[in-house]
Design a protein around this ligand. Structure first.
Ligand code: NAI
Length: 295
């Protein structure tokens, strides 16, 4: 594999484009929004600057990495010479399905299609293409240039050959592939989201405050970040939609999203991206919100 198309230039897409370019691949970077592509390229340049400061990348390599990335606003153009397409557009099934159908029609027959979805069934997405055997989940972790794991999800029809090629390419970008079958939440979110939901319930029921809940999990369990801060970082809307997938997929009330989470998302408090969640980020740093309304 030499040519990688990355569809979606948001938080995840720019990280994925960055790591492939850094490891010698040619990257076709696609988004419907020119602003998102420009912003994505600025973020990639800034993240490489960090790597230069740490001595991981030389200033000359920075130019080579940036030159390996070509931007497109037309999916058909972006995927026509790709060996692997990684879809990282908005977590919305109908948006993903329409993007995947265009990719399927325009990418070479041998090309593998991967989705970076956090929660949508890989089997369901694969079934909307004519190459379910060459369709797979590649669930990168945020921030992509820093995190080592890629959770690899085989759909019902994913072939062993596709899985083997994806595991190999993940080692070429110096990351670790760990495999999961395709059931709601895969592994990472099936375990993480109930913990976050329980932390929100603990707050909702008045057992402890934000500072105590996050502090207990950080100091007591050696987690680098408390679950409420992590929820803010992931996006409260994203957490809610993953919990809904778990709740619906397993039909088990233990996954029911906490009413406080539902209210916060409805009120527009989505965490870091909206400036406010369990903490206030509007001044550019993280401030504790002492009183959280429970109604
Ligand atoms: P984002 O909202 O930051 O970026 C999505 C991008 O997709 C936007 O730039 C948007 O312009 C573009 N887009 C939307 N419709 C499009 C179309 N029809 N054609 C081309 N581009 C289109 O989203 P983010 O956070 O990067 O998430 C992307 C995917 O990665 C989602 O499936 C999400 O669940 C998954 N994911 C997100 C993680 C996170 O921490 N944010 C972690 C792991 C996976």
């Amino acid at each position: 594999m030499n040519n990688i198309a990355v569809i979606g230039a948001g938080t995840m897409g720019n990280g994925i484009a960055h790591v492939f370019a850094q490891h010698g691949f040619k990257v076709f970077f696609v988004d419907i929004s020119i602003a998102a592509l420009e912003d994505g390229m600025v973020k990639i340049a800034k993240n490489i600057d960090r790597q230069v400061k740490k001595g991981e990348v030389t200033p000359e390599q920075k130019q080579v990495i940036l030159a390996a990335i070509t931007t497109f606003t037309d999916i058909a153009e972006g995927v026509k010479n790709a060996d692997l397409v990684i879809e990282a557009v908005t977590e919305n099934p109908s948006v993903k399905i329409s993007v995947l159908q265009t990719i399927d029609q325009r990418a070479p027959v041998a090309c593998i299609i991967a989705s970076n979805t956090s929660s949508i069934s890989i089997t369901k997405l694969a079934a909307t293409t004519n190459r379910a055997d060459k369709f797979i989940g590649m669930h990168f972790m945020n921030p992509v240039p820093v995190m080592t794991l890629v959770e690899v999800i085989s759909g019902y029809a994913t072939s062993q050959a596709t899985l083997a090629k994806i595991v190999a390419v993940i080692s070429e970008i110096h990351k670790v592939a760990l495999k999961s079958n395709d059931y709601p939440g895969f592994v990472a979110n099936r375990i993480l989201m109930p913990m976050i939901n329980e932390a929100i319930y603990t707050l909702f029921e008045g057992v402890a405050g934000v500072e105590e809940i996050d502090g207990i999990m950080k100091l007591g369990m050696a987690h680098p970040m408390g679950p409420l801060q992590l929820a803010d970082f992931i996006g409260l809307d994203v957490c809610l939609s993953i919990l809904k997938v778990l709740h619906e997929g397993f039909g088990n009330p233990k996954y029911a999203p906490c009413p406080l989470l539902v209210n916060m998302v409805q009120a527009g408090d989505k965490g870091v991206k909206s400036g406010k969640g369990f903490y206030d980020y509007s001044q550019g740093n993280k401030e504790l919100i002492v009183a959280v309304k429970r109604n």
